[in-house]
Design a protein around this ligand. Structure first.
Ligand code: KIV
Ligand code: ZN
Length: 515
């Protein structure tokens, strides 16, 4: 079995999905979960792109110790310097530099000749290598580049010090055979290719990202880049969980293995979906709600007689149903803390205290508290931003019924600390609530998407609402959970506006130091 490295870009390429704007606490929690999942390298962000991203990459580089941490940079000295400031605390700092190599990008975007592109790439890789022990260089839009030009530039950037060469299918245009052939060509043409890790990075515009990545592996790629749940620009990146499970389940056919702890897949997927606000469809391979459900009688009958008749992946393999029932109402803080540690979570005493309070509240109305419930509670506490939230809900009241005009009354504390209240009507209860919130908040908002779900099953389940808003021209996701669906809906709307304000403030406050 040859070893395939997994490079996770959920926090960088994945975070480029519309509306996704993770704050530092959320990024750090996802990073810790990626470490538990066992990815070999994680791309924590693009430090020069914003002050918020710089801070998040720095926090991750300073905290994560069992996984190599990298950050993206354009081919400029200042991007590389800023990346160094963010990453120098990592155990093995790595920078990921990219420059486009396709005729279409070089002509229209970069406005550079091929020779100028080679010169810039070589110069910047050499510059980065003076600081970073690990330098990944990506030929952006490699799949639409001229192969002999690719071979030429790759040889030179390896000589300049690159340790990883990545050949992205940036626009999701390639096919498995074509992409595989490109890897074959590069391996047989570039004389120094054996000195580096050869990496693939696929986008899913034609729905072939996973197949293309596996084709690259079959043709010599030893690192696969992708994102959890396949999130990312446009149609997203290759889903890492699908690739890892495909290699495992078809190990009779594929002689490759990864370091992933597959049982952490479901939890990682759930956390990413929750914190990014990007739900996955029920029929999504490996992690969708229906991935292990058998609907037709013939299938159910077969599975009951012998699971392998229709089940090629066991739920346990990816951590579904691995849920052990946890303690109840009478469990003490000590047992709770032990459980949190057993889940691999690193939590301060203060947050254990807060999480334990929430756990106690949950046991008041939920009989069976599971590992997943504990995981959700602790994640909530670890990523809680209420202490810095700008608008806070003081109270809301809603009147609606089949013969009523829905009317909402809401009282809020505003960012300047004032208390404001008003009441408005709407065609429906959600409209009444959101119109009232609009008249109490200063920001210009437009609702793009609204969803409501239950967390787990049962009538007593928590309600979770997610919204996507355009706030002052910027797309932002928000989420809220409460026992009541309407309260969850109010919280989600306010959360989106608060995220917008917090993001604006972070960008204003910090000036990035580079030298
Ligand atoms: O898809 C792409 O080309 C990228 C690069 C920045 C590596 O994400
Ligand atoms: Zn990409």
């Amino acid at each position: 079995m040859s070893q395939i490295k997994i490079f996770d870009t959920t926090l960088r390429d994945g975070e480029q999905s519309p509306g996704v704007n993770l704050n530092q606490l959320e990024k750090l929690e996802i990073a810790k979960q990626l470490e538990r999942l066992g990815v070999d390298r994680m791309e924590a962000g693009f430090p020069a792109s914003s002050k918020g991203d710089f801070q998040a990459v720095k926090a991750i580089a300073d905290t994560i110790k069992n996984t190599s941490v990298t950050g993206l940079a354009r081919t400029t000295k200042s991007d590389i310097d800023i990346a160094w400031e963010a990453l120098k605390g990592a155990d093995e700092p790595c920078v990921h530099i990219f420059l486009a190599t396709s005729p279409i990008h070089m002509t229209y975007k970069l406005k550079k000749t091929p020779d100028e592109v080679i010169e810039t790439a070589v110069e910047m890789v050499a510059y980065a290598k003076k600081k970073f022990p690990q330098v990944e260089w990506s030929a952006e839009d490699a799949s639409r580049s001229d192969w002999s030009f690719l071979a030429q530039i790759i040889e030179k950037v390896i000589d300049a010090g690159a340790t990883v060469i990545n050949l992205p299918d940036t626009v999701g245009y390639t096919t498995p055979q074509e992409y595989g052939n490109m890897f074959q060509f590069i391996r047989s043409t570039v004389p120094n290719i054996d000195q580096v890790t050869l990496s693939c990075h696929c986008h899913n515009d034609l729905g072939m990202a996973v197949a293309n990545s596996i084709a690259a592996v079959e043709n010599g790629a030893t690192q696969v880049e992708g994102a959890i749940n396949g999130i990312g620009e446009r149609a997203g990146n290759a889903s890492l969980e699908e690739i890892a499970v495909a290699l495992k389940v078809r190990s009779d056919f594929y002689p490759y293995q990864t370091n992933l702890n597959l049982q952490e897949i479901k939890r990682t997927s759930d956390m990413v979906a929750k914190l990014t606000g990007m739900y996955i469809q029920a029929n999504k391979a490996v992690v969708g709600r229906n991935a292990f459900a058998h609907e037709s009688g013939i299938h159910q009958d077969g599975v009951l007689k012998h699971a392998s008749t229709y089940e090629i992946i066991t739920p346990e393999l990816v951590g579904v149903n691995a849920n052990t029932l946890f303690l109840g109402k009478h469990s003490g803080r000590h047992a709770f803390k032990d459980k949190v540690e057993e889940l691999g979570m690193d939590v301060s005493e203060d947050n254990i205290k807060k999480a334990f309070e929430l756990f106690k509240q949950l046991t008041d109305h939920k009989k069976e508290v599971t590992d997943d419930d504990i995981f959700t509670i602790v994640t909530e506490v670890q990523t809680d931003t209420t202490s810095i939230e700008k608008y806070q809900l003081k109270m809301f009241q809603l009147q609606y019924g089949s013969n009523n005009i829905p009317t909402a009354a809401i009282e809020l504390t505003t960012p300047s600390g004032n208390s404001v209240k008003t009441a408005c009507t709407g065609q429906g209860s959600v409209e009444a609530l959101y119109t009232t919130l609009d008249s109490l908040t200063e920001e210009e908002t437009k609702l793009i998407d609204y969803q409501i779900n239950s967390v787990g099953g049962g009538k007593d389940a928590l309600a979770e609402s997610r919204v996507q808003l355009i706030v002052n021209g910027k797309t932002v996701n928000g989420r809220g959970s409460a026992q009541d669906v309407m309260e969850a809906s109010v919280q989600a709307y306010l959360n989106a506006i608060n995220r917008f304000i917090i993001h604006q403030n972070t960008e204003k406050k910090k000036t990035v130091k580079s030298n």
